[in-house]
Ligand binder design. Structure first.
Ligand code: SF4
Ligand code: SF4
Length: 112
């Protein structure tokens, strides 16, 4: 992994919020308040689409996009990959919530 040192200034009033650092639409670093330390993404999304296929009609995305038998209706197959058809307009909850899916390949490690 290539290391680049970046200093982030946290504006007053945001110290108790979860903080996400994005590369394009992919979160690559995060500070989650309940964990209390910074983490870096070590394994990226493999675009298997399983997280989007696993959601049911009780998922909040149902209200905005719709959920069918194969999960979110915005999911599109592109070659061997399955991608969100919303592109950069995908919901924030989707960008930061992939790891909720137990078979997800994305991995995070704490930054020492
Ligand atoms: S909006 Fe996109 S990222 Fe979110 S569940 Fe649907 S296909 Fe997946
Ligand atoms: S399950 Fe994980 S690896 Fe697969 S598409 Fe979703 S975020 Fe990417």
């Amino acid at each position: 992994m290539k290391k680049i040192l970046v200093e982030i200034s946290i504006p007053e009033g945001f110290e108790k919020r979860n903080i996400w650092v994005f590369a394009g639409m992919d979160p690559i670093q995060r500070f989650l308040q309940h964990k209390g330390f910074w983490e870096v993404k070590t394994d990226a999304c493999v675009r298997c689409g399983k997280c989007c296929e696993a959601i049911g009609r009780d998922h909040p995305i149902e209200k905005f996009i719709g959920v069918g038998q194969n999960g979110c209706l915005a999911l599109e197959r592109q070659g061997r990959e399955k991608l969100c058809g919303l592109g950069v307009f995908r919901p924030m909850r989707c960008s930061v919530g992939q790891n909720d899916f137990v078979k997800c390949k994305v991995k995070w490690a704490s930054i020492k």
